[in-house]
Design a protein around this ligand. Structure first.
Ligand SMILES: [Fe+2]
Length: 168
């Protein structure tokens, strides 16, 4: 999927980091997909943080806070990586979340199902990131590959912690 936001280069000087324009564009597109996924999961994780209630309130409230704060920082890093590669970062909510398949939890579902949706979101992101890392490595962009590889570990850990919280 091509993100419209990447269609134009910025008016800044072109980065000369040894990557060809097509290579930078391809990697920037992969980063923008990861950004869209992360942004959607950030929103839904914070939504559960606000609305959780019941016996698991404290643990879920605290865990989701750690997770959405981390994603808030990651969103910034991912967007700035797109800029460093020479492309505009997304600027509107529509652009930021375009194309993401991260599931929206049903706010009326029971808590376990809502947490399950966050687990699925984290696992989907980890899976998509793995493809993005492969793409960045193919293009020789080790810096982007490193950033995205780190994010895989975070999302796999998020999924584990959420799963452990609702395990019987
Ligand atoms: Fe809070």
């Amino acid at each position: 999927m091509t993100q419209a936001v990447l269609k134009n280069q910025t008016t800044e000087l072109t980065p000369r980091n040894g990557l060809q324009a097509e290579e930078r564009e391809s990697v920037a597109e992969a980063v923008s997909e990861s950004l869209a996924d992360t942004y959607r999961l950030f929103i839904t994780t914070q939504g559960l943080h606000w609305n959780v209630q019941g016996p698991l309130f404290y643990s879920i409230h605290k865990l989701t806070e750690e997770q959405y704060r981390d994603m808030f920082s990651a969103i910034d890093e991912l967007a700035e990586r797109i800029r460093a590669l020479g492309f505009p970062a997304p600027q509107t909510v529509k652009e930021l979340t375009e194309g993401s398949q991260v599931p929206e939890p049903d706010a009326h579902a029971d808590l376990k199902e809502q947490i399950q949706a966050l687990i699925e979101g984290n696992e989907l992101i980890a899976k998509n990131l793995r493809d993005a890392v492969w793409k960045a490595e193919q293009k020789g962009d080790v810096k982007t590959a490193d950033l995205l590889t780190h994010r895989i570990g975070v999302h796999e850990e998020n999924a584990w912690m959420l799963r452990a919280t609702i395990a019987s």
